[in-house]
Design a protein around this ligand. Structure first.
Ligand SMILES: Nc1nc2c(c(=O)[nH]1)N[C@H]1C(S)=C(S)[C@@H](COP(=O)(O)O)O[C@H]1N2
Ligand SMILES: [Mo]
Length: 197
C-alpha cells in the first residue's frame, strides 16, 4: 500500500498554468493609477449602444440571478492564481435583461479612466461575470469593489475593476492597455501579450 503523505492540498495545477505563467498564493493588486473609491450606494453600470441603454444600481443588479464561479486567473505580468471564487451576475444574463442589440464588440469602461475592449462572444459564451463578491466577501476596493468585471479566460487586464459602462458597437476599439501595445484579444493560452504576438 502506498502512502502519499500530502501535508496540504494536493497540487492540481497540471495543465492549468498557461505558458510563461507561475502560480501565486497571494492576490497581487495591479492598477494603473490609484485605487478608485466608489461606494455601493453610488455605483452604477450602464449597458447599451449609445442610443439605447439600461442602467443598473446595486439593488437592480441584485434583482437578477446571482451565480458563483470558481476560476483560474492569469495576469500578463506572469502571475496565475488558481481557484478564485467570484459571485455576481453573468454578463449573458445582464445582456438579456438589458435587451441589448446584436453587436460584435464591447468597450468596457471603469470609474477613473480605465477602458478595455472585449468581443461580445467572449462576454456571453464564457464565464464572464459582473462580480460583487470575492471569496465569500465583498470585493476589496483595491481589487475593484464594489463591482468589477471578471473575464477569466483572457488576461486579467480585460477584467475591468470599478466597472461603470459597457458600450456595444459593431467595431472594435482598443482600450487603455490595448492602445499602449498590448494584444487586442489577450488569450493567455496563446500567449497573446503584445500586439504582435
Ligand atoms: N479600472 C481598472 N481595472 C483594471 C486595472 C486598472 O488599472 N484599472 N488593471 C487591470 C490589470 S492589468 C489586472 S492584472 C487586473 C488586476 O486585478 P487585481 O488588482 O484585482 O489583481 O485588473 C485589471 N483591471
Ligand atoms: Mo495585469
Amino acid at each position: 500500500m502506498a502512502t502519499r503523505g500530502f501535508t496540504g492540498r494536493p497540487r492540481t495545477d497540471d495543465g492549468r498554468v498557461p505558458p510563461g505563467q507561475y502560480v501565486v498564493d497571494d492576490f497581487p493588486v495591479l492598477t494603473a493609477g490609484p485605487t478608485v473609491g466608489v461606494t455601493e450606494q453610488e455605483w452604477e453600470l450602464t449597458v447599451g449602444d449609445g442610443n439605447t441603454s439600461k442602467s443598473y444600481d446595486w439593488k437592480s443588479l441584485h434583482a437578477l440571478p446571482i451565480e458563483s464561479i470558481t476560476v483560474d486567473i492569469h495576469c500578463v505580468t506572469h502571475w496565475t492564481k488558481l481557484d478564485t471564487e467570484w459571485e455576481g451576475v453573468r454578463v449573458s444574463t445582464l445582456f438579456e435583461d438589458a435587451d441589448v442589440g446584436d453587436y460584435d464588440f464591447a468597450l468596457v469602461s471603469s470609474y477613473g479612466d480605465y477602458t478595455t475592449n472585449v468581443p461580445v462572444s467572449d462576454l456571453v459564451d464564457h464565464d464572464a461575470l459582473i462580480a460583487t463578491r470575492y471569496d465569500g466577501e465583498p470585493i476589496d476596493a483595491e481589487h475593484g469593489g464594489p463591482v468589477r468585471l471578471v473575464v477569466p479566460h483572457l488576461y486579467f487586464w480585460k477584467s475591468a475593476k470599478w466597472v461603470r459602462h459597457i458600450r456595444l458597437a459593431d467595431e472594435d476599439e482598443p482600450g487603455f492597455w490595448e492602445a499602449a501595445g498590448y494584444h487586442s484579444y489577450g488569450d493567455p493560452w496563446r500567449e497573446q501579450r503584445y500586439y504582435a504576438d
